[in-house]
Ligand binder design. Sequence first.
Ligand SMILES: [Fe+2]
Ligand SMILES: [Fe+2]
Length: 193
Amino acid sequence: MHAIRIIHSEHRSLAAVLHGMLHLVNEIGLRKEAPNFALFGAMVYYIDTFAERFHHPKEDAYLFKSLRLRSADAAALVDRLETEHRAGAEKIRTLQQALQRYEQGGLSEFAAFADAVRSYAAFHWEHMRTEEDRLLPLARAHLTGSDWQQIDDAFAGNSDPLFGVDAGAQYDALFRRIVSLAPPPIGVGTPAM
Ligand SMILES: [Fe+2]
Ligand SMILES: [Fe+2]
């Protein structure tokens, strides 16, 4: 079940970026540090593309689809998580808009941006926790060996170029860019003045 390991690892990457954004927002709020918009932009772009174009579509097309076929009991939970994937796309647009307003409008737009970051992070954390605590145990219980073969192949990037090794490498590079731009303790970039 490589897919389960890959899902956990992708969740950890997303959680690290969400945690980083929250930390930066708190530091700006507390210490009035100057915002690094290149860093915020890279973080929002990462969450948008990695979650919306890579992680969620794989879950929908392979894991959720198979589990729906194997377990009637899981149907309500799969419905909820699919709905959250669609809602997440909308929420990330709100976050992008709040960032743009902050960048163009300055300090008066900071509180709304901070709220959008907190709201998105809380939403996404709850979503990932539900997948790990409730969906994956159901998948372990109900999916067959051949289901896992197909799902593992997809998550390892072997069956769809959109989810392939090249796509994965592109997100890894973006993650490293965030780490290089972010100040300690999030990354290794230059601390804000
Ligand atoms: Fe998901
Ligand atoms: Fe997920």
